[in-house]
Write a protein that binds this ligand. Structure first.
Ligand SMILES: [Zn+2]
Length: 280
């Protein structure tokens, strides 16, 4: 039987007995994350966000989906299970949106600790305690929940979530050396979609997250008005690309070949002014 905690208006945490420690960490992270997302991105707090401690991907989907989708997921459950199996070990949490309702699934502490960290360890700055990782991951997912209505491209969706983690943790989430990964990675293609991300080699997944982080950090430091505009309303991904290309003065057709180099050059020339560290 699920229990429910409501740490703040608009967010309800559904959890199983035994997950109380995890729920305490999520509760602690709520208020600060909502303050940060308003300060950094002017995102509104969610009005109906449901959070579930997640012991299996399929169980989470069946619990969190509204009725019509619940039935479809139940009928297709063998297929859904096969699809989710390849990504279950890679992600400690994920967020999705049903109409106007975002939901977050996050693994309770015991399962969270077992998540495959190969990709994280390639790019993350420093080892955090498990409790700190759970709080920071929940902060990341809450940003996704708050921006879900914008249907952002993967690079920007992940970028603002990771930069919010910077502010939450009080230090940059990614190691400076991950900038080298962005510089060196070939080929320079447009960002991958969420659907295709889990099927990529781990080195490519690390690149896509590092690119998302550094590109968003570059835009936030040097072209913050562009980010503000993109985050103010829902835009087509093509329109976002055109806006960014125009702002950076690069031809649209070569945008994703050139953008990594532009971001890396700017960030290595002037690190201090792109800091997103926040002080309370
Ligand atoms: Zn994410």
């Amino acid at each position: 039987m699920l229990r429910i905690e409501q740490p703040i208006d608009g967010i309800r945490i559904h959890y199983c007995p035994g997950d109380e420690n995890t729920v305490a960490l999520l509760t602690a992270a709520c208020q600060r994350t909502l303050w940060l997302t308003t300060e950094l991105w002017r995102l509104s707090p969610p009005t109906d966000c449901r959070v579930y401690t997640m012991r299996s991907a399929l169980g989470y989907l069946l619990r969190s989906a509204p009725w019509p989708q619940k039935t479809i997921i139940a009928v297709l459950s063998p297929l859904v299970w096969v699809m989710l199996r390849r990504s279950w070990h890679l992600f400690p949490a994920w967020t999705q949106r049903y109409r106007d309702r975002p939901t977050i699934g996050i693994k309770p502490r015991g399962l969270f600790e077992k998540t495959d960290r190969h990709v994280s360890l390639m790019i993350l700055n420093q080892e955090e305690s498990i409790d700190r990782r759970i709080e920071s991951t929940f902060c990341h997912e809450l940003v996704h929940a708050q921006s879900a209505h914008l249907k952002l491209p993967m690079w920007l969706d992940e970028g603002i979530a990771m930069l919010t983690q910077d502010a939450y943790l009080g230090h940059p989430l990614l190691r400076p050396e991950s900038l080298q990964l962005v510089q060196d990675h070939k080929p320079k293609r447009p960002p991958v979609s969420y659907r295709k991300l889990p099927g990529q080699p781990k080195g490519d997944i690390a690149y896509h997250y590092a690119r998302a982080y550094w590109l968003t950090r570059f835009l936030n430091g040097r072209h913050p008005h562009v980010l503000r505009e993109i985050l103010s309303r829902r835009m087509r991904h093509g329109s976002i690309d055109r806006l960014v290309a125009r702002e950076l003065g690069v031809p649209r057709r070569k945008q994703w070949q050139e953008i990594d180099g532009l971001a890396v050059q700017s960030l290595t020339e002037s690190r201090p002014e792109v800091s997103t560290e926040h002080r309370t």
